[in-house]
Design a protein around this ligand. Structure first.
Ligand SMILES: Cc1cc2nc3c(=O)[nH]c(=O)nc-3n(C[C@H](O)[C@H](O)[C@H](O)COP(=O)(O)O)c2cc1C
Ligand code: SF4
Length: 414
């Protein structure tokens, strides 16, 4: 069930040093790629069907293509903000194989015609930022980065530490923040477009997306497609947290059954308890009941068909003792705290829902509170600048749809 494409060298001691990374083949394929055309890298990514691994699952090649429609300097920006509860995969790449990410950045820059790249890393990831900076410094010293590289193409890479705001993981907020502004999402254009960094085209991709590029560039799109399903090709670093015997990050091809994954890879639910529910792809994906988990496979299509989303693949497992009202309250406190406040339905709605949940927890809720919660959730959906609020709304709706009786049990008797 498990494979090693991205994680092949995760267990190699000192893999985060350039010497050990090179012993295991890091950067060895660059010369050959740079002897060929940038289009060849682009074509391989296109053939692979690689989908973005930051949560949305957009086809990577489609986003790369957009870059070519813009003259002038182009930028590659790697999203390492990773602040979503339940998601902790990118930091594994950064900690255990940072040169894989740097190599992916070099190849991506070449493919899209960029010479400058940035990694925007979550502020709290201090120790991982230090590891990454050391790897970047080593790559500069060995002329793998810089203006005078051994492969003859300039790539400058800057690591930028964020201030610890979840919303700065949203790509346009990330670019705003990188420009030195407050991390507020921008209004989205009506037609497909790259991001714009100081007015110039910028490709924003997730850490794992970029770390997948070396395998694809060196082995071809077909080799990547050998894993996964036709619509969800390749692999993902799936996360397991919560009430599971063996929490952690495990690489698997898309399409494996979710329940078997939890049981066989995660050792099953902790302490022999029964499974109650799973949040399948980081906190912003609607919760699934145990019955739905038994039907789900770990790919974009299956989770969508069940009314949820694969998101980042970070599964939060909940056993039979979990109080769903408290679980939702926990998530709403997070959304309330992290809303950037630009849009009224989000700024007010997250706070309102959070406060309403307090009444449920105190068992002082009324029938009207339940209706108000539904209505507040409805106002947050589809009327905001970014998808933070619709995601929060889908989380509320997911809990109410699947575990309504637990919320009803908190309504005080007349
Ligand atoms: C509120 C919010 C937070 C996000 N946080 C992250 C994040 O931490 N890391 C990430 O890669 N993508 C995050 N995303 C998705 C990004 O906006 C963007 O789609 C992604 O970085 C694109 O990379 P990909 O195509 O490689 O997935 C977030 C989106 C939203 C709405
Ligand atoms: S939806 Fe929320 S997080 Fe997104 S821009 Fe509006 S207020 Fe900010």
């Amino acid at each position: 069930m498990l494979v090693q494409v991205i994680s092949k060298h995760f267990d190699v001691p000192d893999m985060n040093t350039l010497a050990v990374a090179k012993e295991h083949g890091a950067y060895a394929g660059l010369a050959e790629v740079f002897a060929g055309s940038p289009q060849a890298v682009h074509d391989a990514v296109c053939d692979s069907g690689l989908r973005g691994k930051g949560g949305g699952g957009a086809k990577a090649a489609g986003k790369w293509e957009l870059m070519h429609h813009h003259e002038g300097p182009r930028y590659v920006i790697v999203n390492a903000d990773e602040s979503e509860p339940g998601t902790f995969k990118d930091r594994q790449i950064i900690e255990k194989d940072p040169h894989l990410l740097i190599e992916g950045i070099i190849l991506t820059c070449y493919a899209v015609g960029a010479n400058d790249a940035y990694i925007y890393i979550r502020g709290e990831y201090r120790q991982f930022a230090d590891i990454l900076q050391r790897a970047i410094d080593e790559a500069y010293a060995e002329r793998l980065l810089g203006s005078d590289t051994r492969y003859g193409y300039r790539v400058d890479l800057t690591l930028h530490r964020g201030g610890g705001a979840y919303i700065c993981g949203e790509k346009s907020a990330l670019v705003e923040s990188l420009e030195g502004n407050r991390g507020h999402p921008r209004l989205k254009p009506h037609t497909p477009s790259p991001e714009f960094y100081f007015g110039q085209a910028a490709l924003v991709n997730n850490v794992e997306t970029i770390a997948s590029v070396p395998f694809i560039a060196y082995n071809g799109g077909e080799a990547y497609r050998a894993y996964g399903t036709p619509e969800s090709p390749g692999t993902l670093l799936f996360g397991l947290s919560g009430h599971v015997e063996k929490p952690g990050i495990y690489e698997a091809p898309f399409g494996v059954p979710m329940l078997a994954f939890i049981e066989q890879v995660g050792g099953g639910v902790r302490n022999g308890k029964k499974l109650k529910a799973v949040i399948p792809g980081g906190a912003s994906t609607p919760i699934l009941t145990a019955e739905e988990v038994a039907k789900a496979t770990l790919d974009y299509e299956s989770l969508k068909a069940l009314g949820s989303s694969l998101g980042t693949g970070g599964m939060i497992v909940m056993d039979e003792t979990t109080d769903m009202v408290k679980a939702l309250k926990n998530l709403l406190r997070f959304y309330h705290h992290e809303s950037c406040g630009q849009c009224t339905p989000c700024r007010e709605g997250t706070g309102w829902a959070d406060r309403l949940l307090e009444r449920f927890i105190a068992r002082e809720a009324t029938e009207e509170d339940l209706e108000t919660l539904r209505s507040v959730s409805g106002t947050m959906n589809g009327k905001t600048i970014c998808v933070f609020a619709p995601a929060a709304s889908s989380v509320i709706d997911g809990f109410l749809k699947r575990f309504e009786e637990e919320f009803r049990a908190c309504i005080k008797k007349a």
